[in-house]
Design a protein around this ligand. Structure first.
Ligand SMILES: Cc1cc2nc3c(=O)[nH]c(=O)nc-3n(C[C@H](O)[C@H](O)[C@H](O)COP(=O)(O)OP(=O)(O)OC[C@H]3O[C@@H](n4cnc5c(N)ncnc54)[C@H](O)[C@@H]3O)c2cc1C
Length: 488
């Protein structure tokens, strides 16, 4: 360990902030360079017309007291003195005559699943048993495998042996294939809206296990406040963060990373450089294409095995209190043209659990669609058409929302529409992806030590190092990066 040495971190998202916090705790000097005027990266929120649009956390794994990941969130200040909102249901799906909620309460979940689909009893029981086993899983938050001793590795594997066995079994089938085993269409629809259908099934079980294990709540204050707490902790520990500074290049001298060059042309030097942004950007731009590794290249180029997720996110303010409705719901609508296809289902979330997100008596609604990056990129060749399409889509969704909820008829205003290009522009995320490489039956686990081969003193961190990504991946890789630097 070399306390007093300086670490330069590129990117002030959750990955960068957590890296900085552990860097300071280990006694390193730490400076984060962030291209935006605020920290948080994809974990953010923004204000529009008296509403606060929350841009990220649907659920946060690691909110359960006593869990290893919870300790990381506490150590970094992310959950310090903060209440956790525990939604009763993960999602509620409506068809023409019926509805089904994925309840947090396991007994209630079993009861309702069996009530709507007695014909699927065997599958339901098997799923709930698998979910109970996934609840036992503890990730290795303190140490990456490459710094563990043989005994530590064996202990980790032994501790998680039951889950590992199930991962082996369920990683070979997609969520869509798995759900086709259920005869009941409402069950298929309910579980189809939790993780992408092309992902391996163990991803669905991890999510259900966290949620029903009270380990995937929503920190009060939402995504922006979450990132702000991390930034506050980082600054309290003496970390420095420089905003509005885009890093253009990593300076390499005799195969050693020594500093950064900013877009404005300034150079800053440090003992270690840590990238906490999209790895494609790192290899292609910051390292000028010189060190691209097959491990990453193959993932970026094979979207079937390693799908990326990007969205269109539309936010609406409504002059009504929707507290009585499920927070997350999926329902049928009249056909709506979305991109180059017709859709007839909306996935909607309201934020009534956060009264400060909307003026008194009003509610904030967000609607999400899985989006096609290329379609929006192509449309934006003509910015006028791009803007017009966002406006058209917003009006059409608003119309469908008002049909679904008569109480908001003529009381709905469009607040904002974000597309894959928004995420790309704001975070530099590859193809606007808000998660990293998806796990599918065709994908291989990414086992990478975060070092760029051929360059000394350069480390990569953030969600791209731990597929399929998410806030826990950003935080754990941040902690691991400092462990690696300490143990070099
Ligand atoms: C709509 C949405 C919903 C989500 N829901 C959830 C959820 O419910 N639960 C969950 O766990 N996760 C969720 N996520 C994912 C989560 O937000 C991300 O996994 C996480 O924030 C990634 O953190 P990161 O630090 O690795 O990367 P990022 O957040 O992408 O941070 C990278 C940072 O680097 C900066 N940067 C990029 N290039 C440069 C440069 N050249 N110079 C300087 N700075 C640079 C960017 O501006 C950014 O601040 C969601 C994301 C979105 C968008």
């Amino acid at each position: 360990m070399e306390p007093g040495k300086k670490i330069i971190i590129i990117g002030g998202g959750v990955g960068g902030l957590v890296t900085g916090i552990y860097a300071r705790k280990a006694g390193f000097r730490s400076v984060i360079y962030e291209k935006n005027p605020a920290s948080g990266g994809e974990c953010t929120g923004w204000d529009r017309n008296g509403y606060h649009i929350d841009g990220c956390i649907h659920w946060l794994a690691g909110t359960g007291e006593g869990r290893d990941l919870n300790r990381v969130w506490k150590e970094t200040g992310a959950l310090e003195n903060i209440d956790i909102y525990q939604p009763e249901s993960l999602v509620t799906v409506f068809n023409e005559s019926d509805s089904l909620s994925v309840w947090r309460d396991r007994d209630k979940l079993r009861r309702d699943l069996l009530a709507v689909a007695p014909e699927d009893e065997e599958e339901i029981e098997e799923m709930l048993q698998a979910v109970a086993i996934f609840q036992l899983f503890e990730p290795s938050v303190d140490k990456p495998r490459d710094t563990m001793s043989l005994m530590e590795k064996l202990r980790f594997l032994y501790r998680n042996r039951k889950v590992m066995r199930l991962i082996g079994k369920y990683s070979r089938i997609t969520v869509s294939e798995y759900l086709s085993r259920f005869k009941n269409s409402l069950i298929r629809a309910a579980f189809n809206n939790i993780v992408p259908g092309e992902y391996s099934t163990h991803n669905l079980f991890f999510t259900l296990a966290s949620f029903t294990g009270n380990n995937a709540g929503i920190p009060k204050g939402g995504s922006k406040a979450f990132s702000e707490r991390l930034e506050k902790k980082y600054r309290e520990l003496g970390g420095e963060i420089i905003f509005n500074t885009e890093v253009k290049e990593i300076i390499i001298d005799s195969n050693t990373a020594t500093g950064i060059l900013t877009r404005e042309g300034s150079q800053f030097f440090g003992d270690y450089i840590v990238t906490a942004c999209d790895t494609r950007l790192v290899f292609e731009k910051l390292l000028r294409g010189k060190f691209f590794e097959e491990e990453f290249l193959k993932r970026y180029e094979d979207s079937e095995a390693y799908p990326l997720q990007t969205s269109v996110y539309a936010a609406f303010g409504v002059d009504a209190d929707l507290t009585a409705f499920p927070g997350n719901s999926v329902f049928k609508t009249a056909p709506v043209i979305f991109e180059d296809r017709v859709i007839d289902t909306l996935s909607m979330k309201h934020f009534c659990h956060e009264p400060s997100f909307s003026p008194e008596g009003k509610s904030l609604i967000a609607v999400y669609f899985n989006a096609n990056y290329d379609w929006w990129k192509d449309l934006n060749k003509n910015p006028r058409l791009y803007r017009a399409e966002k406006a058209r889509l917003a009006v059409n969704i608003s119309t469908q929302l008002q049909k679904r909820f008569p109480e908001i008829m003529n009381k709905t205003s469009v607040l904002d529409v974000a597309t894959p290009l928004t995420y790309e522009r704001y975070c530099g995320a590859y193809r606007g992806s808000w998660l990293s490489f998806g796990n599918t039956p065709l994908s291989e686990p990414l086992r990478h030590d975060g070092r760029v081969k051929g360059v000394k003193n350069l480390y990569m961190t953030g969600q791209w190092l731990m597929p399929p990504g998410g806030l826990p991946a950003a935080a754990i890789t941040g902690r691991w990066t400092i462990e690696r630097i300490k143990n070099r």
